[in-house]
Design a protein around this ligand. Sequence first.
Ligand SMILES: Nc1ncnc2c1ncn2[C@@H]1O[C@H](COP(=O)(O)OP(=O)(O)OP(=O)(O)O)[C@@H](O)[C@H]1O
Length: 274
Amino acid sequence: MRVSDSGSTDTVVDFDGVSKRFGQGAPALEDVSMRIGAGDFTVLLGLSGSGKSTLLRHVDGLHRPTSGSVAVLGTDLGQAHGNALRKLRRRVGFVFQQFHLVGALTVLENVCTGALGSLRGPRLGLALYSKRLRHDAMDQLERVGLADRALQRADTLSGGQQQRVAVARALLQRPEILLADEPVASLDPESSEQVMRLISEISRQDRLTVVCSLHQLELAMSWGERIVGLRAGRVVLDAPVEGLSRESAMAIYSGTDSDAKSVRSGYGELPMAG
Ligand SMILES: Nc1ncnc2c1ncn2[C@@H]1O[C@H](COP(=O)(O)OP(=O)(O)OP(=O)(O)O)[C@@H](O)[C@H]1O
């Protein structure tokens, strides 16, 4: 495990008492405090609507907390606007359930779009990307095992392959944190394993911090290092995967707080849903 201690300079994501309320509804996040260390692979689990996407969106500043504070890579997101926010976002890659590729463009062009955040002006067509960038994009495609598909239209690939292209596109921006919001929710079990293995290998090789939301407990326990369980916006489990039983993890869903409470967390006291 590469989990940072409290206060360590290794902390790259720091949530302190974060609550988020949309309008007058029930809070989407409530009093969430957690720290994530550089290179950690953290999986968010919880029922639909428990707050996983909302939490991820706080990490790259797409949402701001209603109360509490979020610091990412040393930037206080409560204070970051304009350029500072754009700069931070270039350091955080995002992979989504629906891949968000442009189907009519080639695989290589799709990967090149990962650099758009740091380029000036609109880019249409491969020739408008520098040779160096195209080489870099090819390297990323090599990493995800799809270099031989570079000139194929993206919409001719399988779902699993498209998600690997999306990972390559995110890697092109050389992120320090990779956020993955249900990256395998649209994939068959075999492709899901492949994509999770890929993200896990890259996290280890590059010491890339990953925060990934999932609905499959088995995948979380196979590939994650730490599980953060959310229920109704609250953290109800925060524990290393090593030593965590399936039954204890299932308590995230069952609502039996005592089960979750019995888990020894390596991350400080567990705030339980009450
Ligand atoms: N932009 C928004 N406006 C209003 N309510 C929102 C918004 N985004 C999220 N919510 C609400 O916040 C709560 C948490 O939603 P969120 O999408 O974070 O859950 P989730 O755990 O990611 O769910 P799923 O597994 O279905 O993706 C839900 O009640 C949702 O309706």
